[in-house]
Write a protein of this length. Structure first.
Length: 117
């Protein structure tokens, strides 16, 4: 029976996964400490930056996307691009309350809980 030369088998020991877990815990600490600084830019950078790095680590080490065929990475990149295009298209309507020729008239309904005694 011939060996399949194209099959790459990566075997990691337990210490590899413990190291990845420790890195993810450290990134969790950074994402929790970021908003405590009180600077909005630092909060946004730590929230999104750490989330992207953590997603990359999980995809590459636990989902093993780094050893998959290249078209899987291209499909993942295309889906990410579609998400960015979708967000860019709807963000002006969702994030702003007024525009050049329109006004957001929807008001969140009250919960019915009164703060007066």
């Amino acid at each position: 029976m011939p060996q399949h030369s194209h099959a790459i088998v990566h075997r990691h020991g337990q210490t590899h996964y413990v190291r990845i877990w420790a890195i993810l815990c450290a990134l969790l600490a950074v994402s929790v400490a970021g908003p405590m600084v009180g600077i909005r830019f630092v909060t946004v950078v730590t929230a999104f930056g750490v989330a992207i790095v953590k997603a990359y680590i999980v995809c590459s080490h636990f989902m093993h996307l780094n050893i998959e065929k290249k078209f899987v990475v291209y499909i993942l990149g295309a889906m990410l691009a579609f998400m960015i295009v979708f967000f860019s298209g709807v963000a002006p309507d969702v994030l702003e309350h007024e525009g050049q020729q329109w006004q957001k008239t929807y008001v969140e309904p009250s919960t019915g809980v009164s703060t007066e005694h």
